[in-house]
Design a protein around this ligand. Structure first.
Ligand code: PEP
Length: 250
């Protein structure tokens, strides 16, 4: 059985002091659940401190992005080994905000995923369509292209721990959540694609999270769908109560 994975993507929120407060509150409110993995993704500036604060808990640490190069003249960039050195186990790659606001395309994301894997960081690889793509009937083509190009040249063995996150861009930060049926349909499509590209075994064991306006009130129904293995949470992870509520309802 696949484990449920709930990850909180803090985005560009919380300075160091605010991060400390939020992590301490999350720790207080979380009920330990054997079958639910909890991950937080604070901004780069809070990762080191976050890692110390969660060291005696079941919470794991993720970064929100990373560079595909190891080191050198890449002003403003952060490498995989830097993330490892501050305790990250995961890295979110291909988030729709990185795609739309920072021009990241499938081939760049593919390089980052490869670098994360060789560096022993687990990628949380985000894919999802815009409203326009959904309404024009292009949704499945867009998602298939993101998966094929994002995973190009990556072996089944190397992909065995990776997490995928289906995040329809129209549901991110908008309060519009995909219905459980809409989300399940796409998750099943992605799982089938993994079966075609790799194997039934990989498809069956890969965690595919849903992301897009997940809250404590809608988490159980979404995560209760056959192919939905958890959530990547934005807005609702900035309050300890709602993040813990999602984990506790998962
Ligand atoms: C996200 O940014 O990954 C996300 C899902 O955001 P929200 O939960 O706010 O829609």
């Amino acid at each position: 059985m696949r484990q449920k994975v709930i990850a909180g993507n803090w985005k560009m929120n919380n300075d160091l002091n605010e991060s400390v407060l939020l992590i301490n509150e999350i720790k207080e409110k979380l009920v330990d659940r054997d079958n639910v993995k909890v991950i937080i993704a604070p901004p780069f500036t809070s990762l080191d401190r976050a890692s110390q604060l969660i060291s005696n808990s079941n919470i794991s640490l993720s970064a929100q992005n990373m560079c595909y190069e190891d080191s050198g003249a890449f002003t403003g960039a952060v490498s995989a080994s830097m993330l490892k050195s501050v305790g990250c186990e995961y890295v979110i790659l291909g988030h729709s905000e990185r795609r739309t606001l920072f021009g990241e395309d499938n081939s760049l994301i593919n390089k980052k995923i490869k670098k994360a894997i060789v560096s022993n960081l687990i990628p949380i690889f985000c894919i999802g369509e815009t409203l326009e793509e959904r309404e024009s009937g292009e949704m499945k083509n867009v998602i298939e292209k993101q998966v094929r190009e994002g995973l190009e040249g990556i072996s089944e063995h190397d992909l065995s721990n990776a997490i995928l996150a289906y995040e329809p861009a129209w549901a991110i930060g908008t309060g519009k959540v995909a219905t459980p049926e809409q989300a399940q349909e796409v998750h099943a499509f992605i799982r089938n694609l993994l079966k075609e590209l790799y194997s039934e075994d990989l498809a069956n064991k890969t965690v595919i999270q849903y992301g897009g306006s997940v809250k404590p009130e809608n988490a159980a129904e979404l995560i209760g769908q056959l192919d939905i293995d958890g959530a990547l949470v934005g807005g609702a992870c900035l309050k300890a109560e709602s993040f813990a509520g999602i984990v506790n309802n998962a």
